[in-house]
Design a binder for this molecule. Structure first.
Ligand SMILES: Cc1cc2nc3c(=O)[nH]c(=O)nc-3n(C[C@H](O)[C@H](O)[C@H](O)COP(=O)(O)O)c2cc1C
Length: 238
């Protein structure tokens, strides 16, 4: 029994036996998952939702780390050597999967959510792109009725960041009704949906992480680098 989870959940979902599932050439360390949320409020439901999701992911066998967006500057308002930017980029490079959970504000993801993504360069850092090839799960919290604006927008963002965004997603309406005073999520169908999404994220991550280099290898980029190489070689020979 996992004390961190409602009894019913820890009875019905087992830690995933990653070692058994992994093919002989695949990694079987705990999947590394970075959690992002899009609010700085003290009692933030998007943060509480990611914390609840992290408990499920840990139970399933993942290693989970959070980025706290407090103190992250606006894009181009600080150099990218800023410590919060560096922390975010390191976490993204470390991650094999990510969870993004935004509140809906004026029918859109929050600026805080978008700023975190905008600080993550698509271009390689030290030869590695910080988001490309990683799996991604999307969630949103609403103050009003259930809407899918943020998850839809973040799905586009996930594509732009060349991530493998999983099909399932979660949107919690009237989020202020869904959490106990102590910050725990109430056991409702919205909780169950979040568990579904985390379980699916684990499955996609285990199935793809060992093959992400193959999955993200692009013909047009192979052509480009062959041309660059030939330019360099020709320059040398001139
Ligand atoms: C300025 C403003 C605009 C908002 N716009 C929406 C909206 O368009 N749709 C919605 O469902 N909730 C809206 N909300 C409610 C928030 O989504 C809700 O309070 C949410 O819990 C905030 O996220 P947090 O708890 O993580 O800070 C808005 C709240 C504020 C303050």
């Amino acid at each position: 029994m996992n004390e961190d989870l409602p009894n019913i959940v820890s009875e019905r979902i087992q830690a995933i036996d990653i070692k058994r599932l992994a093919q002989s050439d695949e990694p079987y360390h705990p999947p590394r998952i970075m959690m992002l949320y899009g609010s700085l409020r003290e009692r933030s439901y998007s943060r509480l939702m990611t914390e609840e999701a992290a408990k499920v992911l840990s139970h399933l066998g993942a290693e989970v780390k959070f980025f706290n967006p407090t103190g992250l500057p606006l894009v181009d308002d600080a150099p990218d050597s800023h410590e919060k930017v560096q922390e975010l980029r390191k976490l993204s490079l470390w991650s094999e999967a990510q969870v993004w959970c935004s509140p809906e504000r004026h029918g859109a993801m929050t600026g805080i959510m978008k700023t975190q993504i905008d600080w993550l360069p698509l271009a390689p850092i030290g030869g590695v792109r910080p988001t490309q090839g990683r799996t991604l799960a999307l969630m949103q919290v609403c103050g009003g009725s259930q809407s899918f604006n943020c998850v839809n927008q973040m799905r586009i963002l996930g594509r732009w960041m060349r991530m493998i965004t999983i099909p399932n997603q979660s949107s919690v309406p009237k989020a202020f009704l869904e959490f106990e005073e102590n910050g725990r999520m109430k056991p409702t169908p919205f909780y169950n949906r979040m568990v579904d999404v985390m379980e699916e994220l684990m499955k996609f991550t285990i199935l793809t992480r060992g093959r992400s280099a193959y999955l993200v290898d692009r013909y047009s980029e192979r052509v480009e680098s062959a041309e660059e190489l030939s330019k360099r070689v020709n320059q040398k020979s001139n």
